[in-house]
Structure formats: C-alpha cells, structure tokens
Design a protein around this ligand. Sequence first.
Ligand code: EPU
Length: 426
Amino acid sequence: MKKILVNGGKQLFGSIPISGMKNAALPVIYASLIVSGKCVIENLPMVNDVLVSFDILRAVGVKVEQLSETSVCIDAENAAIAKVPSELSNKIRASYYLLGAELARFEEAEVGLPGGCDFCVRPIDQHIKAFETLGAKVTVDQNAGTIRADVPDCLQGETVFFDTVTVGATINAMLASVCAFGNTVIVNAAREPHVVDLANFLNTCGADIAGAGTDTIKIRGVAQKKLHGCTYAIIPDMIEAGTYMAAVAAAGGDVTITNVIPKHLETISAKLCDMGAKVIEDDTSVRVVSDGKLKHTAIKTLPYPGFATDMQPQFCVLMCLAEGESTLIEGVWANRFKYVDELKRMGAKITVNDKTAKVTGVDKLHSASVRAVDLRAGAAMIIAALCAEATTAVEDVHLIERGYENIVSKLSNVGADIFSLNAGNY
Ligand code: EPU
C-alpha cells in the first residue's frame, strides 16, 4: 500500500498548474457515448476515476485512445449494450452517468450500483425520478447490485422537478433527455460549473440545451444521429485549485495557482481573505500570500454558488490552526465529518454535533499516522501534515489519487517536503 510522507513546517513558494476538473470530465466522458462521431476531449485529469470511466466505456464497446498526457479520442460508433463488470462500476460514483447516456443512445441501460466516497449514504431517488418522468421504467435489484432502466414506449420530454438540488441527478436528466422527443425542463437544477461544462460539450456536438448555470435548464430533444463529434477542453478543477489555495494559506508562503477560472473560486477566495490570507486574482490565475496566521470564521456548505462541500475538510484544517473558535456546518451531505478523528490524532480540537463542527484553534498540529478516509478528507490530511511538526504519514493514498493528479510533485515543486512510498520501500 502506498503512503504519502510529509515533513511539515515548510512555507510554499512558486506556482502550481491546475488540471482539468474531475467532476466535469466524468459527465463529458459518459456523454461521448451518445455522440455519433469521434470526440477529442482535452485538458483531462488522468486520475483514477477518469481511468476507470474509460474502462467502463470500453466494456460497452467504445474505443478510447490516449492522444497525449491530457487528451483522448473517444469513438462510440460501435458501442452496444453490454454488462459492465460490477467490480468496475462499483469502484466509482460516476458510473451511474452510464444510465443517462445509455438511455439516450439505446433506450435501455444497466449498471452496477455505484461506489465512490462513502462519507455517508448517497441516495439516487432523484436520478430514478428523472428517468421515470422521461418515460423509463427503473428497477433496482439490491441482491444483484444493479440498476436497470427500460423504455417501454419512447423517451418523452417532460418537466422534471427535483426535490433537492443534486448535481448527479441534474446531469443524468440532461444526458437522458438530450435526444428525447420534445422539450424537457429541469426545475431546481444544480448550477455547478460542471453542469454548464456538460451543456457546452453537448451543444458543441449539436444538442440544444439552454439555461445551464441557472436553476431551470431547458432541453429541446434532437435526433441522436444529429449529434456529431467535436474537440472539447474540460474546465479547470476549482476544487483542486481551492485545495492548493488552502494549503498555502495554512502553511504560509506565496504561490500562484495557474490555469483557473477565478470566478469559480470566489467563495473560496472570500473565505481565505476573511481568515487573513491575501488572494490576488488575474485573468486565469490566483495568487495566495499568507504568513500562516489565520483568524477564526464560520462556514456553511451549500450547492454552488455557495461554499463547496468538497472544500469542507480542507477548511476544517485551516480552522484547526486559526485563533479562536470557528464553526463549520455541512449543508449538503448528511454526514461528512468522518475525518475529524484523524485530525484529532494530530492534536486538533474539534467537537461534532450532527452536521455542525466547532473547531478551537491550536498553535501547532503534531505528526501522526493518519488515513485518508475519503478523497477530500485525504487532501485535508496532506494540508494538516504540511503544517505539522515532524513527519506525518498519510495512508490510503489510493483515495486521494481518485481526484488529485500529481499531488506529490505539485506540492514538492513549491517547496513542500513530501514524497510517496510504495509498500516495498518501507
Ligand atoms: N441527493 C438525494 N437524492 C439523489 C441524489 C442526491 O437526496 O438522488 C442528495 C444527496 O444525499 C446530497 C445532495 O442531494 O445530500 C447533493 O448530492 P449530489 O447529487 O449533488 O451529489 P453527487 O452528484 O453524488 C457530486 C460530486 C461530489 C460532490 C457533490 C456535491 C461528482 C462525481 N461528485 O456528487 O464530489 O460532493 O456533487 O457538490 O461530481 C468529490 O469530488 O469529492 C465529491 C464527493
């Protein structure tokens, strides 16, 4: 098993380039299945969730050819309905985008129940509601661990009302309705930049989607044959960028985070400024300057454009090192505080009551052997380790590699004393 070791206490200086956004890349990769023609997808992060998604598409007959370190050509011409081995689909959450994409392409779909970060139970009732509203019959077989969707008549455009704001179900509704007969309206849609990126990709291929980025998305169905291949570059990863911004604020230093869309980072930048760091925006970069001295704050996570839940564990580390008492409320997931026990082993003072954490700042965190309990929690452990005295070992690195490309080299290039060890090395 791989570990990441960090000798804490180094300030960070230089620049960190940001990769394409995992959570935007995944829907676009699955959407390529609907398109007749070759799609060249650029600025992809080659992280594990993306690589597993290529294997899932290959299992249904799609050709995925790597063109460069960050681009692939996806050719779905010979795709056909086929069983995807559950050991593949169970690995990641985003495998459920295969349902929406297969429905659009074949009017039937089947996939194993999705995996992914298990910080809490992750329901899929709104995905099912969307498919059923569009005319599909959905069967969940818990024993076989599969979800199946069939279309007895045809996929028919309808108004889909979501009971809660959900990124995944908004994306699945867009995928399933892009070639449906007539018009679909998604009400209470998620407004995340990755929802907009999917709409832009599909529109570049000939789809007719308006309103992505607002809470009402309108999709005029087009014939599947009319969707043509294209070349498309994925947007930069705002959560990866936010993670490095938080790392600089905590460890101290002066780092320019490049290849970003500063607008997507506004809530993160504003909180860092509240806490005492300086953030200087340019057209495609943000520079973070910090002396590592942080002030307490209050955060509640919310759907975009609110404060991102995927930045919650990283900001908890900042709160651990800030003077005074901070409050952190999880407003998206039922529970996302499993990692708190790991931080406590480093000397953090945190009490959790349901969805609220009270964090009392300490002068220093100390080294310990800690686990990445999920992807973002793992990134938070690395930030804590950068600020801790002596050497911290972070285990279960495979969870971090689900979503961060080259995290060790990106941080060591700005002066962190960080390296990975494979089982054979220790
Ligand atoms: N929800 C339902 N029913 C559903 C779907 C969602 O009640 O059918 C609830 C969830 O329980 C949650 C809320 O709606 O309380 C939001 O869930 P959402 O569907 O938006 O989450 P997701 O699409 O499964 C994506 C990201 C997550 C990120 C969330 C929220 C991907 C692959 N995953 O998940 O990212 O936390 O949106 O922004 O895009 C990560 O990258 O580390 C990660 C976990």
